[in-house]
Design a binder for this molecule. Structure first.
Ligand SMILES: [Fe+2]
Ligand SMILES: [Fe+2]
Length: 150
């Protein structure tokens, strides 16, 4: 699978999980879905930061967007860590979850409407996107195993 399709698939998966967790009242349901969201986002940001972003960072048309993306990831990880620690039965927790969801939505939109089209059009060839996608899939498999094993 090419790198961009792989990342978009991840985005759709996380959106689905957010839609599911939003209406859950039960703390155990929230816990289970939140763990899934955390795993998905952790692995996704990792493969972007280690492989996708570095592959396009030096291109003038992408540079600024990628620098901003690294910062947005930092923020997402901070909110994730906060939510992980907090009592999941409160309405504050749901408030925090909404903030996380909005941050992720904003970031995903920027990637899909600005960064990815530029990468596709001006930076990486189809073959390069395929090769990168393959490496990303490999790293993803390894990261998933280590996140779930820890
Ligand atoms: Fe990202
Ligand atoms: Fe992404």
């Amino acid at each position: 699978m090419d790198a961009i399709s792989l990342l978009k698939d991840d985005h759709r998966k996380v959106e689905k999980l957010f839609a599911q967790i939003k209406d859950k009242k039960d703390a155990a349901d929230r816990e289970r879905l939140f763990t899934e969201i955390k795993t998905e986002l952790t692995v996704h940001t990792e493969i972007e930061e280690k492989l996708f972003y570095p592959a396009v960072l030096d291109a003038k048309v992408a540079h600024e967007l990628v620098v901003e993306s690294f910062e947005e990831h930092k923020q997402v990880k901070m909110v994730l860590a906060d939510l992980d620690q907090a009592d999941k039965s409160t309405e504050n927790w749901i408030g925090g979850l909404t903030v996380l969801m909005e941050d992720v939505q904003h970031h995903v939109k920027e990637e899909e409407t600005e960064l990815f089209p530029r990468v596709k059009k001006e930076i990486l060839s189809e073959q390069e996107l395929e090769d990168l996608g393959k490496r990303m899939q490999e790293l993803k498999t390894r990261e998933l195993a280590s996140v779930k094993g820890s």
